[in-house]
Write a protein that binds this ligand. Sequence first.
Ligand SMILES: NC(=O)c1ccc[n+]([C@@H]2O[C@H](COP(=O)([O-])OP(=O)(O)OC[C@H]3O[C@@H](n4cnc5c(N)ncnc54)[C@H](O)[C@@H]3O)[C@@H](O)[C@H]2O)c1
Length: 272
Amino acid sequence: MANELMKGKRGLIMGLANDKSIAWGIAQACADAGAELAFSYQGDALLKRVTPLAAELGSDIVLPCDVTDMDSIDALFTALEEKWGKLDFIVHAIAFSDKNDLRGRYVDTSRNGFLLAMDISVYSFTAIMQRAEKLMTDGGSALTLTYYGGEKVLPHYNVMGVAKAALDASVRYLAEDLGKDGIRVNAISAGPIKTLAASGIGDFRYILKWNEVNSPLRRNVTTQDVGRAALFLLSELGSGVTGEIMHVDAGYNVVGMKAIDAPDMTREPAKD
Ligand SMILES: NC(=O)c1ccc[n+]([C@@H]2O[C@H](COP(=O)([O-])OP(=O)(O)OC[C@H]3O[C@@H](n4cnc5c(N)ncnc54)[C@H](O)[C@@H]3O)[C@@H](O)[C@H]2O)c1
């Protein structure tokens, strides 16, 4: 479904780990619509994965950035400024929490675990928007990824649920701060998708199956579904939308109880 929606637009994609990443679905949709892309990656181990994926979409701008290191974020934006001068859109598809905090009880979260999840999954979006703002001289569009576990309690999402709630609030505050300069800030709340990050969540397979049989569309979403919605928010199609948390979850968030036709399910024993 190639089109010219993003022709002449330049965007940075942060959070690509492999071809299962949500960032990949979004990058594909943007490239398909004519956008020029740059990618950031975390750590040398990911460089060899990200480089060929970027090349597949016609990009040779692949830059390191660990969002826990402010110098690393500064270096990324300095490099982008040198290459492009300005930026039209940015995708933040980054989250992290210690695996041990994604099982057991939320109440047992350690201070360090809490701060780590908040730093990487929440503050990083604000930190990058501080830098991106200066490059979005003709306005722009920013997108982050959130999850329903920030609105309601879901098994084992724990500290990441608290982080996503804070990220959702950040989206609203950033939208207000940056709106005057024509910069829109939104989030997609994606349904569960089997990615590297998701595999760290206890009972993820159970969550996936539950969503598949109980969401109105009776299926799980794909990274392509998220990519198409992202294209709407990142392009001029979304020109009047900011501060929005858009659910791309096969409708799961509107459901109040188990579907009548859903099978009875028992969870496989947790590995912890
Ligand atoms: N997969 C799901 O079910 C789902 C659902 C809703 C929202 N999300 C969100 O989507 C986003 C992308 O995750 P994904 O599921 O595609 O998994 P993923 O593992 O493919 O991507 C996570 C990315 O975060 C990056 N990252 C982690 N710590 C970092 C750091 N310190 N500096 C820079 N980058 C760092 C990783 O390198 C990786 O590229 C996350 O915010 C996640 O919470 C995922």
